[in-house]
Structure formats: C-alpha cells, structure tokens
Design a binder for this molecule. Sequence first.
Ligand code: GLC
Length: 612
Amino acid sequence: MGKNEEIYEKRFARHLDELKWLYMELYDSAEHFEELLGMMKDMYGQRKAALKKLDLEREENPQWFKGNDMLGMMMYTGQFAGNLKGVKKHLDYVKSCGVNYLHLMPLMESPKGRSDGGYAVADFRKVQEELGTVKDLEDLAAQCHKQGISLCLDFVMNHTSEDHAWARRARAGEKEYQDRYFFYDSWDVPGEYEKTVPQVFPTTAPGNFTWLPDTGKWVMTTFYPYQWDLNYRNPLVFHEMMYNFLFMTNLGIDVIRIDAVPYIWKELGTSCRNLKQVHTIVRMMRMIGEIVCPGILLLGEVVMEPEKVAPYFGTVEKPECHMLYNVTTMATIWHTVAVQDTRLLRKQMDIVYGLPKSYTFLNYLRCHDDIGWGLDYDTLESWGMKQVPHKQYLNDFFTGALEESFSRGELYNNDPVTKDARFCGTAASMCGVEKAGFCQDEAGMEQAIRLDRMLHAYMLFQSGIPVIYSGDEIGQVNDYTYKEDPDKAEDSRYIHRGQFKWELVENIEKEGTVQQRMFDGLRKLETLRSCHEAFGSEAQVQTVDFGDNGLLGIVRTGETEKIQGIFNFNWQEKRVFCEHGGQNLLTGEKVEAGEWILIPAYGFVWLKVPVE
Ligand code: GLC
C-alpha cells in the first residue's frame, strides 16, 4: 500500500461505521453506499499533492482557523475586480486589509436575470463566463495559499437553477430527473405542504411551488421560482452533490459555505426547516470531508433563531459544521443602534458567552443579504416593545423615515399582509455616512464614522472570525443603480452589492478623508486584536453592567492579560469610573485608578486592565 493510500485507509477506517450507519438510515442500500465510497476514493486520488500536504498540516493543527489573527472579507468577484484574474491581481489590496480569509460570492454558472445573485446554479463545475474559468479559480486558490489566505466559496446545495441539465431533462419529461426534484401532477400534495411551510420571500417570490405549464406539473421552489429544490431522499442526488462538493474542495477551496442548509430535507406536515435528516446529511458531509480532504472547513449558513443555530455544530464526538454565522448578534447590534438601549444585546452576549468555546462563530455587521429582524421578542415584549410595531420602528429608523434617524437604506420583502419587512443598506449608510456626505455635514460625518468604527470595534472584540463586507473598510455607501437594471430592480439587496469604488481607495493615503479615517481606524483595531492573546478563542468573556443602558461593557480574560471593551450605543457622551486603572489600547494612554473615562457619543474604548 502506498503512503497516500495508507493515510486514506486510516481516515476511512475512523469514520466507516458511523458513515455507513447514517447512510443506511437515510437510503438503506448497501449497493449505493459502495458507489459513494468508490467516488470518494476517486476524488482523493485526484486531489493534488499540494492540497494533500495542506490536509496533513491542518490535521496536525486542527485549531488552525481559531487564531485571533484570522480576519475575513466577503466580496463579489465581478464587483471587486471584474473577474477572477482581477481578484488575483488585487490580492495585494486584500492583504493590505489584513485579510487572510476571503469569501467570494457564488461564481458558478447561473442564468442572467434568474440568478438570485448566483444562488441559482446551472452548472456546479463551470465558472460564469464573464468571471473566468475553473482554471482561473484553481490558480487563484493556489495564489491565495501562497499568500496565507484561505478561500471560501458557496456550495448551493438546496436547489439548482431551472437551467441545470437535470432540471431541463426533468422539464422535458424524464422521470428519472423529475425524481431528483419534487414534482407533483396536482395541487394535492403542494397544498398540504403550503399549510405548514413558511415563506422565504413572501413578496418577491410568494409560495413554495411553481406551476410548469409546459410539463403540466408543480415543482417545489422554496426560494425563487427558478430555483428548484433538490430531493435528498434520492441517493443519486446526495451522491452527485457530494461529487460537486469534492470537486470544489479539489480546486483548492478551503471553506465550503453550505448555503441554506436548514432547508435541505422536506417532510409533509412540518416546516421543512432544520429536520433531523438535515443534521444526518451535514454529519455525513463532515465525515466525507475528513476522509477525502480534511484540510477543509464547513461553514453552515443557518439564518435561524439561536436555539436552531448551535445544533449545527453537532457534538464533540460527532461534529457537523466547523463554523456558523453569529446572526442573532448581528441583528441585535443594529436593533441596539436604533433603540440606544443595550439590554437585549447584553442578554444575547450572555447567551453566546455561555456556549462552549470550541464553537467558532463568524462575526459580521453586514453581508450580501438583508437584515431580517430575528430578535428575542419575548424579552422585548416584556419591556413593552411589541414585535410588529417594533419592526416597523426599526425599519422606519433605518430607512431614514424618522426625524432622529441618520441611516439610509431600503426595505426588503415588505409584506403588506403580515406587515413584516426586512432591511437592506451598507454599514456606512446605516451609520450615517451617506446622509452626512449628502448634507455636507462635517459633524454628522464625524459621528457617523465614530459609530461605524465603534460597531466594527464591537465585532472585532468577539471571539471567532470577524468578517468585513468588501467596501465597508472604506465606508462605501448604498448604490442605487440596481434600480436601472430590470433584472435586479425588484430585489433591494442589490443596494449593498454595488461596484467596489477603486477611486475611493486612493483616498486612504489622504489624511482626513472618510476612507482614510475608516481604513486606518479598522487596521489599528485588527492589529491590536491579532497581537493580544486575550482576543484568542480560549479567553473567558463576560459582559459588564455599568448601570447605564446606553453602555455595554465586555471583559476578555486571557492567560496573561485582561481587556475591557466599553461601547457607547447612545447619542450622549458617557463617563465611566475606572476603579483599577489601565491602559487605553488605542491611544496608549495610561488611565489612573479612580479616574473617570470619557466615552463620546457612539464611541468606545479598549482598555487593558490589571489582572487580579
Ligand atoms: C442564502 C443566500 C441568499 C440566497 C438564498 C437562496 O440565504 O445567502 O442570498 O438568496 O440562500 O440560495
């Protein structure tokens, strides 16, 4: 047996029993199982030597992604640099942002005008023509590795585009392919599903089924009508999709973002979200990865309430995802900005800090999607804030409809029936940069930048991987040009998916510009984060109550140091009594014991305090 084979067999032996058990539970076919195993071995055979070497290194150091020097950025290839070659050329800029984890938004073939931002994949093995080729992607991944950057890509596994070869054949009447989706001759079954399955896009794409007049059948489409849900009850679907997954990892992709994963299993009479079979599949993916390409990570996209999120980490013995989004914290941060009251955020942080330290969260302020107001309404209601009017308030505040509001942005999926709506806008626009720039209001701009920095400082203060949304590092504002494109005009998420403004990057060098203030401010925070061990994932983290609802205090206790963050979410300046003294990490200034620290409106301090 060759060395590689030996390594493979060892990994395989470790997981075989459990993998078989779970597979049989879903598919009950030893013959099919053997097929899957054959495919896995083939894919291992095809894995490049350089990637196999990386696998071994990462197996030796399974904590490789948990350091406090990890910094992520997410971006659209086309918007950032035209195409994949362009991204490769601009890796120096990415590096200058301190980034070592790069998430490129979906870039596989997707039909124009029916792409859902690339989340309707027509071919899992072909890159969108204008972005380049699979070879370019492979080159980029190799170049990223040379520069110490891990590359993340979406694996859109819940559905395919209606233009995918399977969908075309299904539409043409081939039963074998119809069986890869959910096809129904009449409304009977779809009607039953509709009784219990909620809607993802209630106004832009109502309903969970689409009528295909040419085929005379209904097909399940949880998202847009052109995104057909895959049927994972069919082992061929599972196999082929695992094939596609390993195809991506063999290109050198390090982090696989499993898109919309809670939705992948459907069962009549349920919400079709987070069913136990979803966890079985994710657990199998984790094992398949650990056998074929153990250097990769699974990032689960679970945009759900907190009690639904953590189970996707699995257990210590049976882990599922390596990383998940800290989605409730993100939404709660913006709620806190609007209400200037940190109580809910403190409660949320107490929950997060109570979770095992082995859980790695991706922390973010903005991403390519809308902000759904998934907050703890039971708690809010006990404080007199009822769900419907509160969401209305948040949306009024952030769209700039209120007198006191500095934010700019637009509603998303505004449902006139439930009066529910989500929100879209860039971080800078939400913090007031757009409004202040428009009004040429220097004081307003000063405050907007302070708030934007404070929120980034808050995000960077958390354990896990902070992820910057490309453009946020230079305070990029909303882009309204999407309205002129009929393919995008209905989807306000495009307001924060604009072209990256390279002409603004030049301003980073010019003292006093918005871009310089934002960029340098962020870089300073990131550098501090990466060189203080108290920011490590093993630190103890707790909230601190200053008896003032405008303020939120957090303390991180590492092995040798203790750092306190005090964040002012209020429009008024605050004073905090510093009992034991310390050192302001940003200014380097010493604070004497018994001194009062001044925290400007929407400002913050990171204070190194004595370890008792
Ligand atoms: C995820 C993506 C979102 C997309 C959806 C359907 O939620 O983040 O942009 O619309 O999946 O694939």
